[in-house]
Write a protein that binds this ligand. Structure first.
Ligand code: FES
Length: 391
């Protein structure tokens, strides 16, 4: 964790609204992470009680039980990576750089201000909404920080956003549009390709051509995949686009990590793939986290400590990780470009947003409250739809 990382007041993003022009808000949606050991328990409890993330039988009882049982183990892991999750720190850095670029490349929608809404850790969605209201925001873009769509991640964050807006009586406060996925945006792909090149530079030159690229994404419960979730196809699309950008310079595989036993999760598991690669006597493996945009416990602990140890055990001589995007300026520019294109366009959300998973039974999914009609979508078009039926 960076030295300068200290927990600070939720939702404060380093900007004060002083000018007469209402800012365009960019609400950065992400999972979040505990900043201190004491935050781990509440964080896990929020996660395991959320049916939209991990559907469990007897959610309330089993969720609390799993959270309680895992807390000491996860606290130890955070202690090994500096005491807490750096995701708040990195999201702030990304947001600060993003709005700086945005003010330059999209002056017509300036000033831009970013807000952070984490799903399971401070700052929570309500904190961000209160701050937006206090800052006089009218136009708001909900910008998922998960490049690839999943109903468990982006979908759950958006559902929480609509619930909180209604709970707080803020339905008329903001006009919304969504950036709900960006798995193959060229600027994101360019930034990812750059990180892989940095990763490859860690290998001895004589070995570099024989490196196998092992893309690793967070896994999903199989029950979510079988509902028709878009995540596997969007992760694969990112991998394919990155490899195309690299002109298919190396062999590559895609695997999934962080599954929670004893449930069935999407595979192949990264751990099992590392074992197989060892058995095949692969000497050089570069693991590439492909579904998160900053360091977190899955990169800093699961990959850098647990998988690195496993790789040593199974005889992989050079096991390295591509650096996370974190505050790479190429990535900040990519974020700004994605938002600028969205603000210039006339779409409230992606073509896929309104398409529910075939197995969906959640009436909250794919809602859009208070659409920003002034961006060119007529009444009666999808722009005007998506009103929450329960509202
Ligand atoms: Fe995918 Fe509801 S679970 S749309």
């Amino acid at each position: 964790m960076p030295d300068s990382l200290v927990p600070i007041a939720p939702s404060y993003n380093g900007h004060l609204h002083t000018g007469p022009t209402a800012p365009t808000a960019i609400l950065m949606l992400n999972l979040g992470g505990p900043q201190t050991a004491d935050d781990v328990g509440p964080y896990l409890e929020r996660m395991f009680l959320d049916r939209e993330l991990i559907p469990l039988p007897f959610q309330e009882r089993l969720g609390r039980f799993i959270a309680r049982r895992r807390t000491p183990k996860i606290q130890k892991k955070y202690a090994q990576i500096g005491g807490g999750s750096p995701i708040y720190y990195w999201t702030q850095r990304q947001g600060q750089q993003m709005v700086k670029w945005l003010d330059q490349i999209s002056p017509e929608t300036a000033p831009h201000r970013f807000y952070i809404a984490f799903r399971y850790a401070d700052p929570l969605t309500a904190d961000a909404l209160h701050q937006m209201k206090a800052d006089g925001v009218r136009r708001a873009v909900a910008f998922t920080q998960y490049p690839q769509w999943s109903c468990s991640t982006t979908g759950a964050s958006l559902n929480e956003l609509w619930r909180e807006i209604l709970r707080l009586g803020l339905r008329d406060a903001f006009a919304w549009s969504l950036i709900d996925r960006w798995p193959t945006h060229p600027a994101f792909i360019e930034a990812m390709a750059g990180k892989i090149c940095e990763g490859l530079a860690q290998f001895p030159p004589a070995e570099r051509d024989s490196v196998l690229l092992l893309f690793s994404a967070h896994s999903l419960p199989l029950s979510v995949v079988e509902r028709g979730d878009a995540y596997p196809q969007e992760v694969a699309a990112t991998v394919q686009a990155v490899m195309q950008r690299l002109d298919f310079s190396h062999e590559f595989l895609l695997a999934y990590q962080s599954e929670i036993k004893p449930f069935k999760w999407l595979g192949p598991s990264t751990e099992q793939v590392i074992r197989k690669l060892g058995a095949q006597r692969r000497r050089n493996v570069l693991i590439v986290p492909i579904a998160f945009t900053s360091d977190h416990i899955e990169t800093l602990h699961e990959i850098d400590i647990e998988f690195a140890e496993l790789a040593r055990e199974v005889g992989i001589a050079n096991f390295k990780r591509a650096p996370a995007l974190n505050d790479d300026p190429r990535f900040a520019r990519a974020l700004a470009q994605i938002v600028a294109e969205h603000l210039r366009g006339n779409r409230l959300y992606s073509t896929q947003y309104k398409l529910r998973c075939p197995g969906c039974q959640n009436p909250m999914c794919r809602t859009l409250l208070s659409p920003a009609k002034d961006i060119g979508c007529a009444e009666g078009s999808p722009a005007a739809e998506g009103q929450l039926s329960a509202a």
